[in-house]
Design a binder for this molecule. Structure first.
Ligand code: ADP
Ligand code: MG
Length: 247
């Protein structure tokens, strides 16, 4: 079975979806059979690559995941679209975790045909994120180069540790990815220094620049490689992909 990478951070707007979509596209371009799973009820990853949200999601309906997986315009990349009915999953799982375990098992059972699976998590530490972590090999945490970048990170890391000890001993910290990096801003350098000092090797060498092409691509339903393959954003996501693939 391939690697399952969960893209998570409970803060919104930090670049989770941008990273999930473009890293998935880069992995597909590198010849890895890749599945992008949109676990956010906002379904941004789904529309960002030209997909449609599914009204009846297999995680809610308990139908085979395969039935909901669709092809995308990107060779080697398939999509399990998000659903606005995901609140039902959250609702079920508050009962005590048993339900979420079933959902995680259900998810894991269908992933064996892929070399890589990327999960775009919602901006919360709720059941969907926990379920994704329970299924994942690695968690990638995008961090925006802004004030309060590290705020809430402790809670996120606590959740990761809890899932590691209780549910999924395979889970590793795949890395912290600095996003919206602007070398002209002193603040960017301050945040980068602080994050690298604190987390050391766990931080990706590559930083994702603030690049308007990355913000524009989703409105065309395209990855950055389809929209502007020469952009700085495209180059950065190829570099992140190389870091992910290097042993
Ligand atoms: P999240 O999924 O964590 O909420 P998104 O990936 O949706 O974050 O990013 C939030 C917003 O910032 C979106 O409008 C997105 O297009 C934009 N964005 C993300 N990364 C960058 C970047 N590196 N440069 C410029 N805009 C970006
Ligand atoms: Mg998102």
């Amino acid at each position: 079975m391939g690697r399952v990478l969960c893209i998570a951070n409970q803060k919104g707007g930090v670049g989770k979806t941008t990273t999930a979509v473009n890293l998935a596209a880069a992995l597909a371009a590198a010849g890895r059979k890749t599945l992008l799973i949109d676990l956010d009820p906002q379904c941004n990853a789904t529309s960002a690559i030209g997909g449609e949200p599914t009204p009846r999601h297999p995680l809610v309906q308990r139908t085979p995941l395969r039935d909901a997986v669709t092809a995308t315009e990107i060779a080697g990349l398939e999509l399990l679209p998000g659903s606005r009915s995901f609140h039902d999953v959250d609702h079920l799982a508050t009962a005590g975790g048993g339900e979420s375990r079933l959902v995680a098992d259900h998810l894991a059972a269908s992933l064996s045909v892929y070399d890589a699976v990327l999960v775009d998590c919602p901006p919360s530490l709720g059941t969907l994120t926990e379920t994704a972590l329970a299924t994942a090999d690695e968690v990638v945490m995008p961090l925006e180069c802004e004030y309060f970048a590290m705020e809430g990170l402790t809670q996120m890391i606590e959740l990761v540790k809890r899932v590691m000890t209780r549910r999924n001993s395979r889970l590793q910290l795949g890395g912290i990815l600095l996003t919206k990096h602007d070398p002209h801003l002193e603040l960017t350098h301050e945040v980068e220094r602080e994050v690298r000092e604190f987390f050391g090797e766990a931080v990706f060498q590559t930083v994702i620049p603030r690049d308007v092409a990355l913000a524009e691509a989703p409105s065309h339903g395209q990855s950055i490689f389809q929209y502007d393959c020469r952009s700085r954003g495209a180059r950065a996501y190829i570099e992140v992909c190389q870091e992910v693939l290097s042993p």
